[in-house]
Design a protein. Structure first.
Length: 59
């Protein structure tokens, strides 16, 4: 449906940079980075919770 290539992404980034400026573009980038870090941590947190629940039921 949406066939975005590298060229389209670069052009979109340049347009966003011109429209919003560098200071306003850093905020969404930071937010995306924090979101990705949370996403990476989630499976580890789930494993820890299951292990704790298993230890609680076994003990």
């Amino acid at each position: 449906m949406f066939d975005l290539g590298i060229r389209e992404l670069i052009v979109s980034f340049i347009v966003a940079f011109v429209v919003f400026g560098s200071k306003r573009l850093s905020e969404p980038g930071r937010t995306v980075g924090i979101g990705l870090a949370e996403l990476k941590r989630t499976p580890q947190d789930v494993k820890v919770q299951f292990n704790l629940a298993g230890q609680w039921q076994a003990g």
